[in-house]
Design a protein around this ligand. Structure first.
Ligand code: URA
Length: 191
């Protein structure tokens, strides 16, 4: 368990626990406010994220930022964004279970330090890992779950919305549900 954010970050940046370290450009630890009450968790870095060292900076990231802005959330101000795996899987394949297993401890440490009130999982891989293994995103996005005192919701992955823009209204509804829940349970997110 890391006592400070700086300590966690500096050790994570040198991680060689799995083979993804051999092909990565940057470890993508996360971005945002370590005091955030709301945490977003994605799957893993893609090409742009690997090159820039920040989560969700490609086309999907731009869409995510737009939807965040619509409900007064900002990756630099009042949320924290991280991924299940911190290094890019080659050719953007799904992270292997053993890679997820090795990497998830970093995420656990991040959650322990941040102590979010709400976790939003973006896409099937994150939701299956964090909320429940048999989650069906198409049916269960926008549904609230509670685990270890933390409220959790799965949302469609931004890349899935880009592939099928007809899903945008559903995705937007989930952000409105998130805004309502923040107003209900968070203390300083909307200060
Ligand atoms: N997709 C993810 O799940 N995470 C990122 O950081 C980028 C794309």
């Amino acid at each position: 368990m890391y006592k400070t954010w700086e300590e966690l970050k500096s050790v994570c940046l040198g991680c060689e626990k799995c083979e993804l370290c051999r092909t990565r450009t940057n470890v993508v630890v996360g971005v945002g406010n370590p005091e955030a009450e709301v945490m977003f968790i994605g799957e893993g870095p893609g090409e742009n994220e690997d090159l820039q060292g920040e989560p969700f900076v490609g086309r999907g990231g731009k869409l995510l930022d737009k939807m965040l802005t619509a409900v007064d959330l900002d990756r630099k101000k009042n949320i924290y964004i991280a991924n299940i795996v911190k290094c890019r899987p080659p050719k953007n394949r799904d992270p292997k279970p053993e890679e997820q297993e090795q990497c998830i401890e970093w995420l656990r440490d991040q959650v322990r330090l941040i102590r979010p009130k709400i976790i939003v999982c973006l896409g099937r891989i994150a939701a299956g890992r964090i909320i429940k293994s048999d989650i069906k995103i198409t049916k269960e996005h926008g549904v609230w779950f509670e685990k270890n005192g933390i409220l959790m919701m799965a949302m469609l992955h931004p890349a899935a919305i880009l592939r099928d823009p007809r899903r945008k209204p559903d995705a937007f509804d989930d952000f409105l549900k998130l805004r309502d829940k923040i107003n209900e349970v968070c203390e300083h997110t909307y200060d």
